[in-house]
Design a protein around this ligand. Structure first.
Ligand SMILES: NC(=O)c1ccc[n+]([C@@H]2O[C@H](COP(=O)([O-])OP(=O)(O)OC[C@H]3O[C@@H](n4cnc5c(N)ncnc54)[C@H](O)[C@@H]3O)[C@@H](O)[C@H]2O)c1
Length: 336
């Protein structure tokens, strides 16, 4: 059985489905700090299976102990973390406590139960503002905000743990910018409060839930002046986790890989693709750059292809179409 922490969140819910479709038995845990229990019923109808889920906090050792005592967990995919970059700067202690405290508690309980296969949700933000793109896994690590620091420090904790005990097997998956939703429109990204990422913001403007989109700067050194990122469809990303679990459970050694498409798209590219999908203009306004933003980065995903046999398949248009289906069928997210 595979334990998913943060299982009802955006990437967790899509990965849960893909693991079930691949034949894995899955136990999900989440404390709903940034997700809705309603994702569970949607996942049940999509998978046609009764889900195994326990509500709880990964910072709570007694909770995790009871989970491991009552389930034969062979591997863990650890999504549970706080992820709002801006909030991590205004309230860094909350981020260090949750993201590092949760990781350490989980690893201690895993060790006590002799479970040492671990897939970690890392992020491209460990690279900070990379010297060049495509970014390879051996690029310098220079996170620029407390959230990015929690991912960098988590990687460090895991690498030290591996050095102390070679029985640990860790997949460090560095995600680029996940967007889109499952093609059914039944599950998708539904952050609490105001979203931080481009895709849910565009979706909210498209549906009339927000007035207009802010484009942070059009004077970057990029082809159209707006920031360039490597957007990856969340279902492609989810399938990367299935490949990582297959890989670890087959006894292969730890690995660190970028999960991205290898193609950079600008903010304006995303707006235009979305406009094409919905057939009308998206209202936006160009404002000043945000401190801490970077002009451009995109992944070199070739190592993931070589080691996992995985590559992203879905186009930007499909990402926008699936995001729009989710948004238009669920204008208020899971509360619709
Ligand atoms: N979405 C992105 O752009 C992105 C990019 C790179 C890395 N990541 C990482 O991927 C992981 C999943 O991201 P997501 O986009 O699905 O975020 P999300 O907020 O939708 O999902 C995270 C889930 O973890 C849960 N959670 C948080 N703290 C918890 C705790 N202490 N105990 C139990 N549950 C807890 C939340 O309720 C939420 O359901 C995170 O670790 C995130 O940092 C995300």
């Amino acid at each position: 059985m595979i334990l998913l922490t943060g299982a009802t969140g955006y990437i967790g819910s899509h990965t849960w489905l893909e693991l079930l479709l691949a034949g894995y038995q899955v136990l999900g845990v989440d404390n709903f700090v940034n997700s809705s229990p309603k994702a569970l019923t949607r996942l049940e109808s999509l998978s046609g299976q009764k889900l195994e889920f326990i509500q709880g906090d990964v910072c709570d050792p007694a909770f995790l102990e009871s989970v491991f005592q009552s389930h034969p967990i062979k591997g863990v995919v650890h999504f549970a973390a706080l992820k709002a970059v801006g909030e991590s700067s205004s309230n860094p202690l909350r981020y260090y406590e949750n993201n590092l405290g949760g990781l350490i508690t989980l690893l201690q309980i895993m060790r006590a139960h002799d479970c040492r296969n671990f897939v970690f949700s890392s992020s491209a933000c460990v690279y900070g503002d990379p010297d060049e793109s495509p970014v390879k896994e051996d690029a310098a690590l220079r996170p620029e905000n407390p959230y990015g620091q929690t991912k960098f420090m988590s990687e460090q904790i895991l690498r030290d743990l591996e050095k102390s005990d070679p029985n640990w097997r860790v997949a460090y998956l560095r995600y680029f910018n996940p967007i889109g939703a499952h093609e059914s429109g039944l599950i998708g990204e539904d952050p609490m409060g105001v979203p931080n990422n481009l895709s849910p913001l565009v979706a909210r403007v498209a549906s009339g839930r927000m007035e207009e989109l802010k484009v942070y700067g059009n004077d970057w050194e990029t082809p159209d002046g707006t920031g360039v990122r490597d957007y990856i469809h969340v279902v492609d990303l989810a399938r990367g986790h299935v490949k990582a679990i297959d890989y670890l459970l087959s006894g292969k050694p730890s690995l660190t890989v970028n999960l991205g498409t290898g193609v950079g798209y600008s903010v304006m590219d995303v707006i235009r693709a979305y406009e094409e999908v919905i057939g009308r203009p998206i209202k936006y306004q160009v404002t000043a750059r945000r401190p801490g933003d970077v002009a451009l980065y995109y992944a070199d995903p070739s190592l993931a292809e070589a080691l996992l046999g995985w590559r992203a398949e879905r186009s930007l248009k499909q990402m926008c179409a699936d995001s729009w289906r989710w948004q238009s069928q669920n204008p208020m997210g899971y509360e619709s």
